[in-house]
Design a protein around this ligand. Structure first.
Ligand code: TYD
Ligand code: MG
Length: 456
């Protein structure tokens, strides 16, 4: 015979044999919790009675022991060692940054590894989510789907299916039909979050919510619910380029400030190890360190160039770099420094092939090209920041504080940066640059080097 379960409203003390998202007694959302068997026999005591003292160590399972891997090492690390059953995490980011993609990849990993997952979406239809799963090539067999616009229906689906994880995409498209407010408004977002937190705590189902934040920092919805959830993850990047960074903010189950880096590819998000982006690891000709920005963080990435002689029409190819900008920087450099690149074959690449389209990487591209042409490596521990204008002027770059921090983290001690930069960081020397040539004084071709003979 199945064990009888007892649930009680923490607000009014009403009891029931079934869990519900909303208390039939007082109408409150997310306040129904399962009573431990030892308490179910006692009379209803309301909230006060349930909060009586119990032996401290009567809690059996250590939360960390029960953590479940998301199948993505970086996400596990940011979470503090995996997903905690019954915890509520918010994945916040700008529209288009890749939240739904990350959610689906995570859910597929969990489901494949034996933790059933229910995806509810108010953002996309069943067909759209299925099409995305196919496009991503994720193992979707063990994932179930339900529409995610109506709070009561979502709570019901979840309490019937009892998955390990309920993934809600997004908290702004779900609504409590009984409340008058519009979906996405702060009070709707709060009500729905409270109800989902109640589901997580009452049923031991982990909940992952996505939430949109806007560029100008207007975080009406997600900010308002940060206090209600256990973990806040932010997902950021420049939607034009491929770099993405997942960062842990508030975390009841782990340390704050951990990050995981990804690249958005046609086949979905690929986890990257930042140390793989600095390929050479030492000074070589044709390689320079760039500091592209992704959201509110920056990362050190090596850019490489190869310059070759040719009789025919010169080829120009770039991997990970924007080809038009690459050619433009080469043309400016030719003019400003006279490297004779005009008739040469030029190849450019980024470390790990990550797509970087941050214009402030121009100066690093210029340094890599100058280094390749002269066969002189850039100075030890140097990184380069600045957008290069057609006139050769090096324009200021946003996010300099983050770029300097990324430089220091990658072991760079010198940053060639646009003149007028006011940010400073201990341990990092800034070399102010007005014109592109000023950043390349080290790239003087010694007389009689092989490259000179070859191009003669
Ligand atoms: P999405 O996950 O829908 O973002 P969000 O849920 O945060 O709004 O991803 C949006 C962008 O990502 C979209 O512009 C297309 C791009 N994308 C890829 O580059 N590769 C992919 O495999 C997928 C699914 C999306
Ligand atoms: Mg989405």
């Amino acid at each position: 015979m199945a064990k009888k379960r007892t649930f009680e409203c923490t607000a009014c003390g009403a009891r029931a044999e079934q869990w519900a998202g909303r208390c039939p007694g007082c109408g409150g959302w997310g306040c129904i919790e399962e009573l431990p068997a030892s308490m179910a026999g006692r009379g209803p005591a309301g909230a006060a009675g349930r909060l009586g003292p119990v032996p401290l160590l009567s809690i059996s399972a250590d939360a960390s022991a029960a953590r479940v891997s998301t199948g993505m090492e970086g996400i596990d690390r940011v979470l503090g060692g995996g997903l905690v059953p019954g915890s509520v995490a918010l994945l916040a980011g700008e529209p288009g940054i890749g939240k739904s993609t990350l959610l689906l990849q995570m859910v597929a990993n969990l489901a494949t590894a034996g933790s059933p997952c229910l995806v509810v979406s108010g953002e996309e239809s069943h067909a759209q989510v299925a099409a995305r799963a196919r496009r991503l090539g994720v193992a979707a067999e063990a994932i179930t789907f339900a529409p995610g616009r109506d709070l009561a229906a979502v709570l019901q689906s979840a309490s019937e299916a009892r998955p390990f994880l309920l993934a809600v995409d997004s908290i702004q498209t779900i609504r409590d039909a009984d409340a008058a407010q519009i979906p996405g408004g702060v009070s709707q977002v709060r009500t729905c979050t409270d109800a989902l937190v109640g589901l997580a705590k009452g049923q031991g189902i982990a909940v992952l919510l996505t939430g949109h934040v806007t560029k100008d920092g207007d975080l009406a919805g997600p900010r308002a619910l940060e206090h209600a959830v256990d973990v806040v993850l932010t997902f950021e990047g420049d939607a034009r380029s491929g770099l993405r960074v997942l960062a842990g903010g508030k975390n009841r189950f782990g340390s704050e400030g951990e990050t995981a880096w990804f690249e958005m590819e046609p086949s979905g998000l690929r986890e990257i190890d930042p140390t793989d982006l600095l390929l050479s690891g030492e000074r070589v000709a044709g390689a320079a360190t760039a500091l592209p920005l992704a959201g509110r963080r920056a990362l050190a990435v090596e850019v490489q160039a190869l310059v070759g002689a040719t009789e025919g029409p010169p080829r120009r190819q770039a991997t990970g770099l924007d080809l038009r900008r690459f050619q433009l920087v080469a043309a400016v450099l030719d003019r400003a420094v006279g490297l004779g690149l005009g008739r040469a074959e030029l190849f450019g690449a980024s470390g790990g092939g990550v797509r970087i389209e941050d214009p402030a990487c121009d100066l690093a591209v210029a340094a890599a090209l100058a280094s390749a042409a002269t066969r002189v490596p850039p100075p030890p521990g140097a990184a380069f920041v600045g957008e290069v204008a057609l006139t050769g002027l090096v324009r200021p770059a946003p996010g300099m504080a983050q770029r300097l921090a990324a430089a220091r983290a990658a072991g760079c001690s010198t940053v060639f940066a646009p003149r007028g930069e006011t940010n400073v960081l201990e341990g990092v020397r800034i070399v102010p640059v007005g014109q592109v040539a000023e950043a390349l004084s080290w790239a003087r071709r010694p007389a009689g080097t092989p490259s000179e003979r070859r191009s003669a």
